[in-house]
Design a binder for this molecule. Structure first.
Ligand code: SF4
Ligand code: SF4
Length: 182
């Protein structure tokens, strides 16, 4: 697997309303999908066949009752295995240089590729539970996220059809939001 990241401008998360964050996230998902397509084309010229992994939607599986989504692969776990960071207790990838303000894209090669070393030099501080405490609906338990609780609180569809992310407290309040190498 080939995994790549892009960073949301850190100022966006401080906006007074959810629109800049929501719109930027949509743009980043689309940009990552474009990178995946370009990789398919470029690697294909060298005889390396890859398939793009959808960055956001459509999901491969969608559990209506539990609002639980599954994509083709877990891009967060793939990013860990690709050496791009570690998962925090908020379940987000924390990249050493860019923190959790990263969005992840991937392509699946048909052949084995040599992996980069796993970045295993970070774990959440033992006493930190800021993200768990910040979640208004207690959707985090330090290991996973209850997607139903999270989605029902953090995501709305505007009456005109736009997706709006209305909560990002677990991302915003993490002391390693912008990385842990600084
Ligand atoms: S986005 Fe909001 S609701 Fe969802 S887990 Fe984070 S803090 Fe909780
Ligand atoms: S807030 Fe603390 S526990 Fe949560 S992800 Fe960040 S460092 Fe880890």
């Amino acid at each position: 697997m080939v995994v790549f990241l892009t960073r949301m401008p850190p100022e966006v998360i401080g906006a007074q309303n959810p629109i800049p964050y929501s719109h930027t996230a949509d743009l980043l998902y689309a940009a990552l999908d474009q990178v995946g397509l370009k990789l398919c084309a470029e690697l294909g010229k060298h005889g390396i066949q890859v398939v793009p992994v959808v960055t956001d939607v459509p999901y491969l599986h969608w559990d209506v009752e539990n609002k639980h989504a599954m994509g083709i692969i877990s891009r967060r776990h793939a990013a860990c295995n690709a050496g791009l960071g570690m998962l925090g207790r908020n379940t987000l990838l924390i990249n050493p240089d860019h923190g959790n303000m990263v969005y992840i894209g991937a392509v699946l090669p048909g052949n084995e590729v040599e992996p980069d070393p796993v970045a295993c030099d970070f774990t959440c501080p033992p006493n930190c539970s800021l993200c768990l405490e910040a979640c208004p609906v207690h959707a985090l338990n330090g290991i996973t996220v209850n997607q139903k609780l999270c989605r029902e609180f953090s995501f709305i569809v505007h009456p005109r059809g736009w997706d709006v992310y209305t909560c990002n407290a677990c991302r915003k309040l993490c002391p390693h939001r912008n990385g842990y190498n600084q």
